[in-house]
Design a protein around this ligand. Sequence first.
Ligand code: AKG
Length: 245
Amino acid sequence: MRTATLEDDGYCVAEGVIDRDEVEAIRAELVGIFEATPFGRDDFEGHLTRRIYALFAKTRALDGLAIHPLVLDALGRVLGPAQLSAPTGIEIGPGEGAQPLHPDDAIYPIPRPHPELVLNVMWPFDDFTEDNGATRIVPGSHRWIDETPTPSTDTIALTMPAGSALMYVGSLWHGGGANTTATPRIGVVLHYAVSWLRPVENHVLAVPSTVVAQLPERLQELLGYNIYPPFIGYVDGRHPRRLLV
Ligand SMILES: O=C(O)CCC(=O)C(=O)O
């Protein structure tokens, strides 16, 4: 079968990006945070699903993945200057139904078609299977203009081993799958957007600046301490990095 590409298919999967030991270490850290995280409040968040928001205030385990060379390369090709927008840990619990299908860029009131505004990287920390809620996508839907899915729309489950990286563009219709197994499905979706848009989560308030000051410069930029040329994002006329002391 042909390998899917971001350019042609709106998604791609790279397997074996992180090894089993790293997967286990990150998963263990996330499990501790999920234990202190409430279930979702509506069908979109999922009533049996827990979501870790303000992720970069709560763990250092994902810093390297957020700036992984594979990711930075894709961001440069698909979005150009980019920032983190909605980084979220997602634990789909046993018995959860399928999440409503959606394109992530629909949150922005910009008519389709438009250049890509959003790129997601889903990092699975369990093997994603048909049964435990692997992310489902609607093939070809990144090219839709006014079309929306119906109950008979075909979706495919992006099954992959933990340690893979799934990337998909913000215009692709997708959603978390139903989990019909007895164990949770853990993944982290690092959702990036072009850096001239307002990010979905307000990182500058979510992550204390004393924490950001300790991070790699590239991650600081992705968390809002950046300038989109010539000067979107300035603080008192200067680069926001100057606040990080
Ligand atoms: O959990 C997943 O597989 C996808 C989640 C998702 O698409 C979302 O919450 O926007």
